[in-house]
Structure formats: C-alpha cells, structure tokens
Design a protein. Structure first.
Ligand code: FE2
Length: 217
C-alpha cells in the first residue's frame, strides 16, 4: 500500500455550504498529534494499563526509528501508530481484557479481532496508511503464522514489523495479570528463540537499541 499522507495535518470536512460563499467553512485542519492525544485520553479513561503500554512502546519506537534511520515521515507514523496500535481492544470486553489467567481458545479468538476492530475504527479518519497498517498488521509473524491475514516476510509493512518487536518486548518485560515481567536480557533471549515471529534484521537492530540505551524494564 502507498503512503499518501501529509503527516502534519489531515483535512477533515465538517460543513459544506456551496450556496453562500461567505459562510463556506468546508474544512478544518486537525493536527494528527491532536487526534493521537484524543485517542490516548479515551483509552486512558477505560484502560490506563493499555495506554501506558502504548506510551512505552511509542517511546522505544522513537529510539528504534532513529537507529534504523527511518525517514522523518516514517518516524512520525511509527511513533503515532505505536501509540494507538491496540485501540481495537476498546471493542473487547473488560472481562476478557482484565482476566487474571490465560485466555481460553474462544476468548483468544475474540482478542485477535482487535487488529481489524482498530483498523475499522481509524479508517474514517483517513490517516496515513502506514499508521493504519501498523494497527492492522502488528500481530503478523515473519514466517506467516500470525494474524489477521497470515502475511509473511516483506509483505508485512516495515513499520508493522517494527511494532511486532516493540510490542513483544514490552509484553515480556512488564508485569501482566497472569505473568511477571522478565529482564530486558531475558526478553531478548526469548524473542531470539522465537525467531519465526520477527524480522531477523530488525530484531538484531532492536537488540542493539536496547544495549545502546540500556532500556531496562
Ligand atoms: Fe495488539
């Protein structure tokens, strides 16, 4: 998919009045940053832990992007996409999201739908396609065993492959209702054993980011 956004602003038509030019006010410019903050405040209200997870990921995303040498536009899309990647979980029940035990198969099937839910929620905003692709594809695995579409290798958009790594790292290092977080070193070790999930080049780069910035979680 092509990246076709103006990263700084999106034109959103609110009112159309072609009868009286003096009253024409057919668009406003909304900063993407404002949309992202708005989304974060909604998530914070309902799932503060989820908002913290996304905020941590977006901070690490900035370091990762810098290390990889992404363009300014991809850099910003990565940070914004990382900060809203799980927005689809707003459509999942509290019971499942807060369950202090491993999910059943049917519950996990429901959770897996958060990628599509999130994509559908964001689509009307006509955001940069790189951002919505992160939301849709951040659980795709490099070997094609992920979801929702089972994409593999370079068919998974680059920024989504990066968020796949950032997301797993955060999930492993932070305490969750059903498991205790592991050290950064152990998290990277586990991820390297699970190589089928991640782009090997990106995982190696991310390890260097952790090493360089001593991100201890
Ligand atoms: Fe997710």
């Amino acid at each position: 998919m092509k990246n076709n956004c103006n990263i700084k602003s999106q034109e959103i038509c609110l009112v159309k009045n072609h009868e009286n030019p003096a009253l024409i006010c057919n668009s406003i410019l909304v900063e993407i940053d404002s949309i992202q903050k708005f989304i974060s405040s909604i998530i914070e209200e309902r799932y503060p832990d989820l908002n913290e997870h996304q905020t941590r990921i977006s901070k690490n995303a900035a370091l990762f992007a810098q290390h990889i040498g992404l363009s300014q536009q991809d850099n910003e899309c990565l940070i914004i996409g990382a900060s809203v990647h799980d927005i689809g979980k707003m459509s999942i029940s509290d019971y499942i999201l807060n369950k202090p035990a491993p999910l059943s198969r049917s519950e996990f099937s429901l959770v897996k739908q958060h990628c599509e839910y999130g994509y559908n929620l964001l689509t009307p905003l006509k955001l940069c396609s790189s951002i919505t692709e992160i939301v849709l594809y951040h659980h795709e695995n490099y070997d094609g065993s992920g979801y929702p579409e089972g994409l593999s290798n370079e068919d998974i958009p680059l920024l989504a492959r990066m968020v796949r790594i950032l997301d797993s790292y955060d999930a492993l290092t932070m305490d969750r209702p059903y498991h205790k977080g592991v050290s950064s070193k152990n998290a990277l070790k586990i991820m390297k054993q699970d190589m089928n999930c991640y782009d090997p080049y990106l995982l190696d780069s991310f390890s260097k980011v952790i090493e360089k910035h001593k991100i201890i979680q």
